[in-house]
Design a protein around this ligand. Structure first.
Ligand code: FRU
Length: 499
């Protein structure tokens, strides 16, 4: 293992000392957390030399955002992770203000290429500073990476008219069938906000601008971030994370929101034509999602289980901050993007499943054996009497005498709500979200995955997902059920192995 600079060497020594000392019991079991310090976006999500590699935006020295490094972890099944030494440090003039988000690819010679945004501060004539963002590459062997001597490979001169050099980032690279490469990256147009630009290359080092894939015209948020593009069944899918979104009905309430655009991408013209767009996650915390194509053909997505609007100094200082979402398998059903927890999770179910039929009538009910903070639980909820649809069904979890987080469904309004107001947070941040969901006369299916400090709720076999981080102390393990009206619930609960 050879660190290519003093700054990287310093980060590697620091993380081995401090990260190694963080006990497994203090981390979630399946959700990747940083080796030590701060984590944001997933980067370079790839399958390389028999393992999944996940890099991430990383500030090892503090549990707050700072000069961005790339953290690095590997996994065989995307659920049990091994931290590797930091892959990139901001050690060059062109990335001295940070190695921002990017992606990875296997080269014909077997090496792995990382492409990322190098950020440099520039002082303007009036003494103010601004970022210059440029695209850079590094090549390595899955452990150590060497930055390309002729970085950056794309700079402000490669931008179209009106493209702002301060917002030009997050390259996602693709191998093309003819052996060439393409890349998309986001940029801010001076007046029209976010846009996705396309670049082409014959060798992944020399790039040419090839036009605008799609322009936001300030419609879905302002600046866009972290694009991804892939073909799924008969649809093309563009993932975008947007800053400063305006809510529309129950869509886009998160300020910073991650959404999908379904439509057609025409490779010849390089243009994406939108058919529909909506939120990727209707909970509180999900952003910057990136996908990988698994060797068996599955398209798997992982996101940062956090939202910039809810990032505040944590009330409990932990040596780490930030976690990834569960990896989710993507598919298209009835024209919608479906997300389901990666099937490997089922191998981590432990002990006998608990199966119960509950008849709820206006009383909060707890059930022996249904509790825990590492839980995979399916709920099939239906009215006891189809002619008398109930008003509300609620499940509370991560619960003790004082704290809980809840999910409530109101069939008469078709609204599912997540609420962590009473989770023990002392922060005045967003604690509640509502989503408009599909149900048949009050019949709805939910799958809740709890992993210590998070919950992810999959609705109707993945039609929608609501995710949130919860801060509740880990001893709060109770789960309760409540109905306003008469409800039958079939509960199937598995404990998940703690690791
Ligand atoms: C999104 C983002 C990216 C950027 C990175 C910096 O969360 O703002 O656009 O590359 O975070 O850490």
């Amino acid at each position: 293992m050879k660190a290519s600079s003093e700054l990287l060497e310093k980060a590697r020594i620091y993380e081995a000392e401090t990260g190694g000392a963080i006990g497994g019991a203090d981390r979630p079991s399946f959700h990747l957390t940083p080796y030590t310090g701060w984590m944001n976006d997933p980067n370079g999500f790839s399958y390389y030399r028999g393992k999944y590699h996940l890099f991430y935006q990383y500030h090892p020295y503090d549990s707050h955002w700072g000069p961005m490094h790339w953290g690095h972890a590997v996994s065989k099944d995307l659920l049990t992770w091994k931290h590797l030494p930091a892959a990139l440090a901001p050690d060059q003039p062109y990335d001295s203000a940070g190695c921002f988000s990017g992606s990875a690819l296997t080269m014909p010679d077997g090496k792995q290429l990382l492409i990322y945004t190098g950020v440099q501060k520039e002082t303007l004539p009036d003494g103010m500073t601004r970022d210059i963002q440029r695209q850079c590459v590094a090549v390595g062997d899955g452990m150590d990476y060497e930055k390309y001597a002729e970085n950056p490979v794309l700079n402000e001169n490669d931008l179209p008219q009106g493209g702002q050099p301060a917002d030009f980032r997050d390259p996602k690279i693709f191998p093309e069938p003819d052996g060439t490469y393409s890349m998309i990256a986001v940029n801010r147009d001076k007046t029209e906000g976010g846009q996705v630009l396309r670049f082409l290359s014959s060798d992944a080092f020399h790039w040419e601008y090839a036009g605008k894939v799609i322009e936001n015209h300030n419609r879905l948020g302002l600046m866009w971030e972290c694009p991804d593009l892939f073909h799924l069944q008969d649809t093309d899918v563009l993932l975008i994370s947007a800053q400063e979104m305006l809510p529309e009905g129950l869509e886009y309430h998160n300020g910073f929101g991650n959404f999908c655009i379904l439509g057609r991408f025409d490779k010849a013209s390089g243009k994406f034509t939108e058919e529909t767009s909506y939120s990727l996650d209707y909970g509180i915390d999900f952003y910057a999602a990136q996908t990988v194509l698994a060797p068996d053909g599955r398209r798997i997505m992982i996101g940062w289980l956090q939202n910039w609007d809810t990032v505040l100094p944590p009330q409990i200082e932990r040596p780490w901050f930030g976690q990834m979402s569960l990896p989710r398998e993507l598919s298209i059903r009835d024209g919608r993007l479906i997300q389901t927890p990666i099937r490997e999770l089922e191998k981590y179910r432990t002990g006998a499943p608990m199966e119960r039929l509950l008849s709820l009538s206006n009383e909060e009910t707890e059930v022996d054996g249904i509790s825990g903070r590492h839980v995979d639980m399916e709920l099939l909820i239906e009215p006891a009497d189809v002619d008398q649809i109930y008003h509300k069904f609620t499940v509370r979890f991560a619960k003790n005498d004082r704290f809980y987080t809840s999910v409530s469904f109101r069939p008469r309004e078709s609204v599912l709500r997540i609420d962590r107001k009473f989770s023990g947070s002392r922060r005045g941040i967003i604690h509640q979200r509502r989503a408009s969901v599909r149900h048949i006369n009050g019949k709805i299916k939910l799958r809740l995955i709890l992993d210590l400090y998070s919950v992810e709720i999959f609705v109707n076999d993945g039609e929608q997902v609501l995710s949130a981080v919860i801060v509740t102390e880990k001893e709060a393990e109770r789960i309760s059920f409540f109905a306003d009206g008469d409800v039958n619930v079939k509960v199937l609960k598995y404990a998940l192995k703690q690791q």
